[in-house]
Design a protein. Sequence first.
Length: 263
Amino acid sequence: MPKVYNALPVFTLIVVAAIFLIINREAMVYLGTFASLVALVGLLKLEEVMYLFMSSFSQSLLSKTMPFPDHAKGGKHRDAKQSFLEQISASRSLRLISYGSLPFYISLFVPAILAGSIDISTIVLYQQLTGPFLFTLPGLIASVVFIIGFLIVLNSNPFAFLEGHSDVIQGPLMEYMSKSRAIYTMAHAFLIFVGGCVYSTLFLGYAPCFGVAMIVPIICSIIITVIAAVVSAFAPLFTNREFYPTVIATSMISVIAVLVAFL
């Protein structure tokens, strides 16, 4: 399905734009109850699902494990099973969707617990009256989990679990060329910016807007970009042995933040 495969980066970009829309201060007025934490989590999860589809639809001769059986008459091992490296990425993507990004999503509900509402506009207004959640104990703990979890969502080092780092192999992204590759890169970069906006909205009370206050989400995006770059430069690439304990530990920390928020 090359058409569907090439359209997936466009769908991803649309989903990321929708995430930005529901946390935009001006758009909240018109969206009403649709601008809620449930909608935000749903769109973020949908963005993750796109990588699963990319992995499933990306299969080519270059991606087959070598050597592969000869289909010619009389060739040996005609019944041997052929496998695709993208299917490995699809399996890894399913793990990320299932439990890899769980700490990130748990941390998103800490501001909702503190504000007593899942409505994003209420969360923003509450912080404008009482101060940012970042300066509370549960907010501080959830902020740390948010950063680590968002690096997992971004598939950034050391959590580059989806891609196989090699000169030739790059998981589901290997077959993207020209405009499709450019759109995917644009969507991924936009997701980093939107992640900063999500943090600014939920933990600082500054939603993205068309005004001077937009500087706060921009600064948050820059900080997240710098953190991702530094971690990617100095941290080793995690395997299953390191990835699973990290997810379990951050999940436990995020649960602690939730419990403290209820106190």
